[in-house]
Design a protein around this ligand. Structure first.
Ligand code: S3P
Length: 453
């Protein structure tokens, strides 16, 4: 396992840097390319282990996937059609990737063969009843594994799917999601491609809608209104055309670069080709409400997904407050935003964030531990926390912080270390590779001094 030694940053971080391809969009593009009836080409800048897991799973399902390495990666996939996948010989290992597991679950629920999904220690403790229950309600035969977790007994992976040629097709499903979740929504929409009847979903707030946009672009009869979505396959050919897609950069990765710019006085940081789908940009709004001038310059669209250049200049921050729909639109950016809140002038409040306790780690607890390690006072609540901003003071240095195996906690720790008064160490950082393999190189390119130990 790797550790990073991070020097306090005393000079501004400056530069225009690339970010990896949007992880959420790439998962969906890979899955839909496999189900399409044509050759597909996907251009990605770079991507991490989570996307790699989806790609490998598709190969195990008989899909021909070719990745051409270069400065950018070009992925070509020969789509096999909705009913062209074949039974995998081994369990599909989703590693740390909740999105791989939950989206694949929706797809496997519609197959006439049996299969199994497994994951790493963290993923094997994450709740899966949220997909098993509604998929079962529409006729899928899935069994999970009852597991003791920190939150009590949960239905978790391994997930086993029973399928045979004689089984009846999946049925219509009208379902109100108990939480805003794009993974649950997407699993149900993917299974809806195989269903005889409508899939009608509603969520408390609209979660990221990449699946909806992509399906619509590929001619699937799907309609989203507010927090509801309706997929009615009646009259649909059942065929997805081949497509070409340049995947936008990941706004969730860009959030860490924006946060770095706000932590280090004098910094000016830009990110190229960032996806700015409104369901993902709560971070931009939260920073602006906190008094930051974040420049977002739109330049076009990619398969229904808007893209922009994003630029931040270091400035004083009042507070960072997240709740309700703003929280849902920045769910993965909370670790980055909490780091910004640590150097805000006032007290920041994060509310309605129960879901953060069910991510790659219990992120509320992990963020609170991390902030305290760097001398930032905070109070934890069941659904969030209050963070006492330290203003322009330097944070405590000489810290050894552990990632707890969570990529976003690891990156948040590295940023806090930049603001410390002496060098700090972040341990167990290999997990950063799940979403942002070039994170350290990108920070170094901006001027940070980081050693791998
Ligand atoms: C994702 C949805 C979100 C998010 C995750 C990626 C997706 O999870 O936190 O990183 O690509 O659909 P939930 O659906 O569990 O909220």
């Amino acid at each position: 396992v790797t550790s990073l030694r991070i020097q306090p940053q005393r000079t501004p971080l400056v530069g225009l840097v690339p970010v990896p391809s949007d992880k959420s969009i790439l998962h969906r593009a890979l899955l839909l390319a496999a189900l399409s009836n044509g050759p597909c080409t996907i251009h990605a800048s770079s991507f991490g282990d989570d996307n790699e897991r989806t790609l490998t799973a598709l190969r195990q399902l008989g899909v021909e996937v070719h990745v051409q390495e270069g400065r950018e990666k070009t992925i070509t996939i020969r789509g096999r059609g909705l009913f062209g996948l074949s039974a995998p010989k081994e369990p599909l290992d989703c590693g740390n990737s909740g999105t791989s597991m939950r989206l694949l679950a929706g797809l496997l629920a519609g197959q006439t063969f049996s299969s199994q999904l497994i994951g790493d220690a963290s993923l094997s403790k994450r709740p899966m009843a949220r997909i098993v229950a509604p998929l079962s309600a529409r006729g899928a035969r899935i069994s999970g594994t009852t597991t003791e977790t920190a939150k009590g007994t949960e239905l978790c992976a391994p997930l086993t799917f029973q399928g045979d040629e004689e089984q009846p097709p999946l049925q219509a499903l009208v379902y109100d999601l108990p939480m805003a979740s794009a993974q649950v929504k997407s699993a149900l929409l993917l299974s809806g491609l195989y269903a005889h009847g409508v899939t009608r979903l509603s969520e408390p707030y609209l979660s990221r809608d990449h699946t909806e946009r992509m399906l619509q672009h590929l001619g699937v009869p799907l309609r989203g209104v507010g927090n509801t979505v309706d997929l009615d396959p009646a009259g649909w050919s059942g065929s997805l055309p081949g497509f070409e897609l340049k995947v936008p950069g990941d706004v969730s990765a860009a959030a860490f670069m924006m946060a770095a710019g706000l932590l280090v006085p004098g910094s000016r940081i830009g990110c190229k080709n960032v996806g700015i789908n409104r369901t993902r940009t709560g971070m931009v709004d939260a920073l602006r409400l906190g008094g930051v001038t974040l420049k977002v310059t739109p330049h076009g669209e990619s398969l229904g997904e808007p893209v922009a250049e994003m630029f931040v200049q270091h400035a004083a921050i009042k507070t960072i407050d997240l709740a309700g729909e703003l929280l849902v639109r920045s769910i993965d950016e909370v670790p980055a935003l909490a780091v910004v809140a640590a150097v805000a002038e006032g007290d920041s409040h994060i509310k309605d964030a129960h879901e953060l306790r069910a991510k790659e780690s219990d992120r509320i607890a992990a963020i609170a531990r991390l902030l305290r390690a760097f001398g930032v006072a905070c109070e934890e609540a069941p659904d969030g926390m209050r963070i006492h901003g330290q203003g322009d003071a330097r944070l405590v240095g000489g810290v050894t912080a552990d990632s707890e195996g969570d990529h976003r906690i690891a990156m948040a720790a590295c940023l806090l270390a930049l603001r410390g008064d002496t060098a700090s160490t972040v341990t167990n950082v290999d997990c950063i590779g799940t979403s942002f393999p070039r994170f350290v190189g990108t920070l170094r390119a901006l001027g940070a001094v980081i050693d791998v130990v």
